[in-house]
Design a protein around this ligand. Structure first.
Ligand code: AMP
Length: 417
């Protein structure tokens, strides 16, 4: 049975908390963005203030073996600083028995990177490239078996389990899903996870109409399921960025050298058909800033999005597109945004995406509910200083996408079931 962190009595209890401390580090192992650490603090502090202790577990990067580069020891000092207590460190997440047992109320222990073990992901490692199907099957079965012991060991350290790692909630890994079974009556979400779930429900389940989704980014293929789900839920669907050109081509437009996926034109047409049938306003870019090279310093001109000359490629939304989208955004009561409407990494083509961030902040000021997710969209609102001027900024890229595809995430299901 799912418990709730606000109601749970942590007195004298040890809580094992899955967080997402997968923070970027520079070459000297300094943290370059500690957002993920800060966002987990309310949960960790709640346990400590409630008379409990915390055993914190996370992954960092994608190590395929024990690799000091990916050690969580690099972040112990910052976690201690944020938490306000010295955080102890267990150099092996599978032999922390004594340290966990010795934890007193108010104390914290951070376990070494879970992904130093293949068991965390439950996927075989080091298989020869020419391994036969039988060998692959046997390796998979072996890691699934050893994963049970791995998870059981982690669970043995604690009295209750908290999942606060939204960023990995779409993965059915040991620490994000399987471990919950060891705490049938003592499992719960942390505040960050609760906030993320509520934000998605505020849009997809309880959103006030008109609801608008702005989906940008590079490829239709990576967000096809998202578009297919949203077209059945929203009133306005803005499709921008690289993925927009597949739709423009599907409408018979000329896209020049712009990024597009011919093989997805049938799916794009189907999404447009459903939009028409449901009365959804599907809004594509009408004007594009094109360049003669995929480079920040390329020559630029502004052309109709449906008539991009050969040798030129769409790099950012033009002023007319942004004007249309602004009107839609400002007349909406609920807005979801994921993905840039241009090549955001190049300053000369970031303007459209920054304008969307500004429009969202304005809509929020006017009373709309606004949810922003995905690396570039989050970077755009942060760069404009608007991170606290929209309703919610999601910490999960892939997890948020899967949630807006309408899937139940394994990390959420495991606590709820
Ligand atoms: P995604 O990871 O799918 O959200 O896509 C983000 C990427 O889309 C960024 O790296 C952008 O540079 C890229 N992108 C956005 N618009 C365009 C465009 N018009 N042409 C090429 N790439 C684009």
């Amino acid at each position: 049975m799912q418990q709730f962190i606000d109601k749970y009595d942590f007195t004298g209890k040890k809580a094992i908390v899955r967080v997402d401390f997968n923070v970027p580090l520079d070459e000297n192992f300094n943290i370059t963005d500690d957002t993920r650490i800060r966002r987990a603090m309310p949960t960790l502090k709640k346990v400590l203030a409630g008379g409990g202790s915390v055993i914190i577990m996370s992954h960092l990067g994608r190590p395929k073996k024990v690799d000091p580069k990916f050690s969580l020891k690099h972040i112990v000092a910052r976690v201690s600083e944020c938490l306000g207590v010295p955080v102890q460190f267990a150099e092996d997440c599978q032999s922390a028995d004594a340290q966990a047992a010795a934890l007193k109320p108010g104390e914290a222990l951070l376990l070494e990177n879970l992904r130093f073990y293949a068991d965390e992901e439950g996927k075989p490692r080091g298989l020869a490239e020419d391994a036969s199907d039988d060998e692959k099957k046997a390796a998979k079965a072996a890691v699934k078996e050893s994963q049970k012991g791995f998870v059981k060991k982690l669970a043995s350290y604690a009295d209750c389990y908290i999942n606060d790692a939204f960023g990995t909630a779409h993965r059915a890994h040991g620490s994000t899903a399987l471990i919950a079974d060891y705490f049938p009556n003592d499992k719960m979400f942390g505040y960050l996870m609760e906030g993320e779930i509520e934000a998605i429900e505020n849009v997809l389940k309880n959103g006030r109409h008109p609801i608008t989704a702005i989906i940008g980014g590079s490829k239709v293929s990576s967000k096809l399921a998202v578009l297919e789900n949203l077209v059945n839920k929203v009133d306005n669907l803005i499709i921008g960025g690289g993925m927009g050109y597949t739709f423009i081509k599907a409408e018979g437009g000329k896209v020049g050298n712009s990024l597009h996926e011919d093989e997805l034109i049938p799916q794009a047409k189907e999404i447009m058909r459903i939009a028409k049938e449901r009365g959804v306003n599907l809004s594509l870019s009408v004007q594009t800033r094109v360049a003669n090279d995929f480079s920040n310093d390329a020559e630029v001109k502004v052309v109709p999005s449906h008539d991009i000359p050969d040798g030129w490629e769409g790099m950012d939304a033009g002023a007319d597109s942004l004007e249309n989208w602004k009107k839609i955004i400002l007349s909406s009561k609920t807005i979801l945004w994921n993905g840039p409407v241009g090549v955001f990494e190049m300053p000369n083509f970031a303007k459209g995406t920054l304008q969307i961030a500004e429009d969202l902040a304005e809509a929020t000021r006017n009373g709309a509910y606004t949810l922003v997710g995905g690396g570039d969209s989050v970077a755009a609102v942060t760069q404009m200083g608007y991170a606290d001027k929209v309703s919610y900024v999601s910490t999960g890229g892939g997890a948020m996408l899967e949630a807006i595809e309408g899937k139940e995430l394994p990390g959420i299901a495991a606590v709820r079931k």
